[in-house]
Design a protein around this ligand. Structure first.
Ligand SMILES: C[S@@+](CC[C@H](N)C(=O)[O-])C[C@H]1O[C@@H](n2cnc3c(N)ncnc32)[C@H](O)[C@@H]1O
Length: 164
């Protein structure tokens, strides 16, 4: 599988992703591939959510830990230094993704098995292959278009719907 590089989601797009997912107070936001932790920080600050970040690159884990501490949200954030393909999705209310299509494809069967029916998945730029999103939004950020895809867990289907 191709390595997913660290490319942070612009803050404006992070905000829109979490708004679209309608994160509720106390809900658990799970960022798979947490990078510098910005999604976790925004989820706690703006929605009073709990956040869990999964990151397999130790340097990124260090960077995220620093950002989380500086933002004063450490008590509401858990950072797991592990492979996101081995992370349990069962407690998540909202899953955020900025990964490559192969990784999204690999995650899909687990999402269908493990996510609560009320959970939402929100993906930046790379959709869940073959699944029709509940909402799709195009956002202009400094002249570059970003795409946000929202899915409700109870509408995820397997095998994927063929698109013609
Ligand atoms: C495109 S960045 C997104 C960072 C953050 N979620 C954001 O949107 O700003 C993807 C992140 O996933 C991490 N990553 C890639 N493969 C991973 C894996 N198998 N397990 C955990 N983290 C992974 C990378 O190190 C990188 O920090």
């Amino acid at each position: 599988m191709r390595r997913v590089p660290f490319v942070p989601t612009p803050h404006q797009i992070v905000r829109r992703m979490l708004d679209l997912a309608e994160v509720g107070k106390g809900e658990v936001v799970l960022d798979l591939g947490a990078g510098d932790g910005r999604i976790l920080v925004d989820a706690v600050r703006r929605f009073d959510a709990s956040a869990v970040g999964v990151e397999n690159n130790p340097r990124r884990v260090l960077l995220a830990t620093r950002n989380i501490e500086r933002s004063g949200v450490s008590d509401k954030v858990r950072l797991l230094n592990q492979n996101l393909l081995e992370t349990s999705l069962r407690d998540a209310d909202v899953v955020t993704l900025y990964l490559l299509p192969e990784m999204n494809r690999a995650l899909l069967p687990r999402m269908m098995r493990e996510l609560k029916p009320s959970a939402r998945v929100v993906a930046h730029d790379f959709p869940l292959p073959g699944v029709k999103p509940t909402k799709r939004e195009r956002v202009n950020h400094n002249g570059v278009f970003h795409y946000i895809y929202l899915y409700s867990a109870d509408a995820l289907s397997w095998p994927p719907i063929k698109r013609f």
